[in-house]
Design a protein around this ligand. Structure first.
Ligand SMILES: O=C(O)CCC(=O)C(=O)O
Ligand SMILES: [Fe+2]
Length: 330
């Protein structure tokens, strides 16, 4: 199996030069920022450009690509890890935000999504992930509890192709693992009976079950197919916390899928200078617990969703930086 990990250390100088061509305040004009990143994406070192391009066309067995050794600022030059959203609009560009923009533009279009929960953060293109003291138990801002296997936005009709996570700081103890369960690895473990049962089967995925406090329409319901697309190389739609099975056969099939994802999942321990591209249509991901210390040095990730032409996400005229309304998957 081809390695999904690329060491980019030898390209640091070149990557810093690309980053220096980007606007200094990314949130001042996100469209302009991503347009500038697109120009730089054409100038990426060949090794990195090829890895991203191949991942974009073929994917891989692992369901992710990990670029390591990117030119993150030395830790003592980085601001303290934030604790509360939103990110100030006038914050200066960080190196890993530049990497998120350039690598993401090589793949497709950065996109913000209204996730249907009515939560503030969901309409922003450039996300931040760090522990917050009052994190919702199903959000990426948690730390001490396991964030269970899920595909991001599986309930959205225009679910993004990729999740890009760029790390400015890892957690203190290196305990936080992003687990990636790839359907390409899990599928051979499923019986034909289970595969047939899950393929094109619409399961209920209530919107806002995890964000009930903020939900506007308590009857909102979406339908997610655990397996769909090409029967021999299917896409995956999965969320352990909110996908609901009604009858015994559905429950058993979902459990078999969960077991197969669990037993084949790979762990990535994100550290400073790492950028992880997750194939959001062929994987589910989770994050193991870790301890926040609230000392300004906690785990700090930058995140964006990237759309591509896969599975009808684009119909023409879209731009990197667009905000997509909530369109429930049915
Ligand atoms: O923190 C991570 O590694 C992943 C977080 C995540 O899955 C999410 O916020 O949806
Ligand atoms: Fe996620």
């Amino acid at each position: 199996m081809k390695t999904p990990v690329i060491d980019c250390t030898s390209h640091q100088e070149r990557l810093l030069a690309l980053a220096s061509a980007l606007p200094r305040v990314p949130r001042a004009d996100v469209y302009a920022f991503l347009e500038a990143a697109n120009v730089q994406a054409d100038k990426l070192p060949e090794e990195i450009a090829t890895a991203l391009d191949e991942f974009n066309t073929e994917g891989n067995q692992h369901g992710y690509l990990l670029l390591k050794g990117l030119p993150v600022e030395p830790d003592d030059e980085l601001a303290p890890t934030p604790r509360s959203t939103p990110t100030p609009e006038d914050r200066q560009l960080l190196n890993m935000e530049a990497m998120l923009a350039i690598a993401g533009r090589r793949l497709g279009l950065h996109t913000a999504y209204d996730q249907g929960y009515g939560n503030r953060r969901s309409r922003t293109v450039l996300h931040e992930l760090y522990p917050t003291p009052q994190a919702h138990p199903l959000s990426g801002e948690t730390s001490t509890i396991q964030l269970e296997f899920h595909s991001d936005l599986s309930h959205h009709a225009l679910q993004p192709s990729y999740i890009v996570l760029a790390c400015s700081r890892g957690d203190h103890e290196g305990k936080a693992a992003t687990l990636i369960g790839s359907i390409r690895k899990a599928l051979p473990l499923l019986s034909d009976e289970v595969k047939d049962h899950l393929f094109d089967r619409k399961l209920r995925r209530p919107v806002g079950i995890g964000f009930r406090d903020q939900i506007e329409d308590p009857n909102a319901m979406t339908y997610v197919k655990p397996l769909y697309g090409d029967r021999d190389d299917p896409y995956l739609g999965y969320d352990r916390s909110v996908l609901t099975a009604e009858d015994q056969a559905d429950k058993a099939a979902l459990e078999a899928l969960a077991d197969a994802l669990d037993s084949t999942a790979e762990a990535v321990h994100l550290g400073a200078g790492d950028l992880l591209v997750i194939d959001n249509l062929r994987t589910a991901h989770a994050r193991t617990p870790f301890e926040a210390r609230w000392d300004g040095k906690d785990r700090w990730l930058h995140r964006a969703y990237v759309r591509t032409s896969r599975n009808g996400q684009l119909t023409g005229g879209e731009r990197a930086g667009d905000v997509v309304d909530f369109i429930p998957r049915r």
